[in-house]
Design a protein around this ligand. Structure first.
Ligand SMILES: NC(=O)c1ccc[n+]([C@@H]2O[C@H](COP(=O)([O-])OP(=O)(O)OC[C@H]3O[C@@H](n4cnc5c(N)ncnc54)[C@H](O)[C@@H]3O)[C@@H](O)[C@H]2O)c1
Length: 252
């Protein structure tokens, strides 16, 4: 327990269940005193989140594929909670067919969906979220090393993550005048719902685990620790950056 985030209200987008990276972030931020608000994609995904968060008032539907849903969600958050001090964006999606095999076989529409949900959505969250962000505030998103290297089967998601990291840099530049810092965490591979959509995900997880400095996968709480730091006033100098939290996998 600590008080790094005491007095801060933070919106967490993308916690589907207890394995979600967003939930690891939520746990670590709660332990540092933050008050949290959560969004869920749809009614089906609400169930998993509701098991973790009893307060119905703090759960708000938001499908980032829809501008209307984003607008409604942020208006609801403003009504219920007023302004917030941070947003965690832990959202990505690509159709299963585009997460395996040779990348040249990826369909145009699948490529577009991956970009829309996994990269554009951060812009949309920043745009609609601006009205509820305090000055200062912090936005943190989640990326993966497949943005930089051709990781087997990651394919269109790797391209979307490269796009997301560029979005972070441009957003960081343009939101600085509103006192909003924007950064990404490049997390090591962990077994979540999103990962099981990738063909050969077991091999990906094994390969990643073997390459960590101690042979143990990074945990969602370890990722969450860096998220808590980026949300805190200790990180005021960190802007537009991508920080690895992968126990050294990117080094080897
Ligand atoms: N698991 C890993 O190994 C790993 C590694 C690095 C980065 N990441 C990234 O971390 C983030 C969180 O993923 P995770 O691994 O915790 O998996 P997860 O399945 O627990 O979370 C993904 C979330 O995205 C949400 N989502 C998808 N489409 C959406 C939409 N249209 N509107 C609103 N929400 C939507 C899902 O509802 C879910 O809550 C993703 O950006 C992912 O790419 C994951």
């Amino acid at each position: 327990m600590g008080d790094l985030l005491t007095g801060k209200k933070i919106l967490v987008m993308g916690a589907a269940n207890k394995r979600s990276i967003a939930w690891g972030c939520a746990q670590m931020m709660m332990e540092q005193g933050a008050q949290l608000i959560f969004t869920y994609q749809n009614e089906r995904l609400k169930k998993g989140l509701h098991k973790l968060v009893a307060d119905e008032n703090a759960l708000i539907e938001c499908d980032v594929a829809s501008d209307e849903s984003l607008q409604t969600a942020f208006a609801t958050i403003k009504d219920r909670f007023g302004k917030v001090d941070g947003i965690v964006h832990a959202i990505a999606f690509a159709p299963k067919d585009a997460l395996g095999g040779d990348i040249m076989n990826a369909r145009r529409q699948d490529f577009a969906i991956a970009q829309d949900i996994s990269a554009y959505s951060l812009l949309a969250v920043a745009k609609y979220g601006q009205a509820i962000l305090n000055n200062p505030a912090s936005i943190v998103t989640l990326t993966y090393f497949g943005s930089e290297r051709a990781v087997p089967n990651y394919n269109v998601m790797g391209v979307a993550k490269a796009s997301l990291e560029a979005v972070v840099r441009y957003l960081a530049r343009d939101m600085a005048k509103y006192g909003v810092r924007v950064n990404a965490i490049s997390a090591g591979a962990v077994k979540t719902l999103a990962v099981t959509g990738i063909k050969g995900h077991s091999e990906l997880l094994e390969m990643s685990e073997e390459r960590t400095v101690d042979g143990q996968s990074v945990t969602t709480r370890e990722i969450g620790g860096t998220c808590a730091f980026l949300m805190s006033d200790l990180a005021t100098g960190v802007v537009g950056d991508t920080i690895y939290v992968d126990k050294g996998v990117h080094l080897v």
